[in-house]
Structure formats: C-alpha cells, structure tokens
Write a protein that binds this ligand. Sequence first.
Ligand code: 18C
Length: 258
Amino acid sequence: RDKLKTGQIPVTPPPTSPAVQHPLWPEVDRVVKQQVTMAKMGIGECGTGWQLFAEDGEMKMYRREEEVDGMVVDPLKAVHVVKGITGHEVCNYFFNPKYRYDWETTLEHMTVLETISDDTMVFLQTHKRIWPASQRDVVFWSHMRKLPNGQDRDGPDMWTVVNNSTESSEHPANAGKCVRIYLTVCLLCQTRVHPPKDGTPISRDNVSCKITYCSVVNPGGWAPASVLRAVYKREYPKFLKRFTAYVVNQTKNQPILF
Ligand code: 18C
C-alpha cells in the first residue's frame, strides 16, 4: 500500500481487491499504476515520434515506429470520445469474458485460465492466422480498477482495464502450432456529465466517455514489417470503432452505470 501523510490524496485507491493475496498481485499493482500514469499523459507529453495514422470523427490514433531485434513493436496510443456511455460500462464490456466474442474480431478462441478475483483474471487466447505468418496466441492477466477522478473530485470515477502478458506452466510459449505474442494494453476511461440546463434528470444524451487506449504488441517471432504495419493500420481503428459501437448498442436501453 502507498504510505500516505495526513491530508494526502492517493494517486490510485488502496487495493481492496481479494487479489492482493495472489503471487501475481505485486506485478499487477505495479503495472496498472505505471500504465495509468502513462495513459493519462497527452500525446505531446509522452516523447517524440508519434504519428497520427488514423482519424475518424473524435477518434485519433497515433503510433511510434519501434523495432526490437528486427521485430516491429510500434507503441499505439488512441483517444476517442463517445456519447451515451460511461467509463464503467466501457470497462465492463472490455473486461468481462462473456462479451469478448461479440466484439473481438481477431479472436479464434478464448479460455479463462484463472479467476483470481472478480476484477482479475488470466486468459489464454488464440487469434486468427494471417497468411503466410504462423498463428498467434497470448497468455495475459487482465485487471479492472476504479480510480479517483483527479480533476473534479465530485465528478464520476475513472475506470481502467490493464492487460499484460504472463506465463502459464500448463500452456508454455511456442509449444504447439502458435507463436506466442507479448502485449501490454491499457484502456483508461473518463466519464463526462453535461447536466441538462432545465433541471431534467440526466439521460444518456448528457453523458460521454473519453477513452484512451494504449497498446504495445511484440509479435513474438519474425513477421514482415510492412505486413505487420498494414495489419495495425487496419485492425486497430476497426477494433475501437466496433467495440465502442457495441457498448453503445448494448447499453442504450439500460440504466446508466456510473
Ligand atoms: O485489446 C484488445 N483486445 C483484448 C482482448 O482480446 C486484448 C488482446 C489483444 C490481442 C491483440 C493481438 C492480436 C493478434 C492478432 C493477430 C492478427 C489477427 C488479424 C486477423 C485478420 C483477419 O488486449 C483489442 C485488440 C485489437 C487488435 C488489433 C490488432 C493488433 C495486431 C497485432 C499484430 C500481432 C502480430 C500478428 C502477427 C501477424 C504477422 C503478419
């Protein structure tokens, strides 16, 4: 736990999840804090070399070209503002495995390897093969967390989901037909409320969600850089548009979950 002096406000709330008992917890807590800090930074604050590669309405996607041992590992940072949904709702649909096949178009198969707690799980996923490359799989922990609203302490909380690669002794990397990929993903969501001036109750017309999605994927084995960058360029905008449209559609007749 963060040691706080009297009157200090914690950067992230104290961990109250039962996951604190688990051996993965120190890593989960450290990576979540680090990813949230980076996701909160504007594109101008997190180094140079970011290029805008996709834009559609409020959605903007930036990437920085990076290679490790000749493999493309371009970091991605996307921002989007979507009307009618809250950060809590967006994170629920991203985190909860029961919705994953509905929106994740590159997915072939998903297994929950471990449920550490309601807000922390370990997943094994296989993804669709891109010819002529080998099929990819990934093992990652996923953690969902509520964060205090830094700017307006009376405003709605922020929510995040962080996914980070981990190991599984039952599912070692590169043992079968798949090449293991390694990823770190952070989805950070901030709800904005624009109260109606006439005092009528808040409806979905009065809420919007600022979404920041950051991702680094190491393809795990050689893949042609030009093909990989073309896949990024096509798949990331497709994912963010499809996923957010899915959340809007799923929630439109539901009570608002702040
Ligand atoms: O964050 C997202 N999803 C989460 C829940 O599933 C989670 C998982 C992310 C897995 C991302 C990696 C997927 C690899 C897929 C291979 C490409 C399939 C394309 C199929 C086309 C028919 O965090 C949302 C993720 C949005 C995914 C965007 C695509 C990223 C591409 C990464 C390429 C990885 C190397 C593939 C090697 C192919 C070589 C040519």
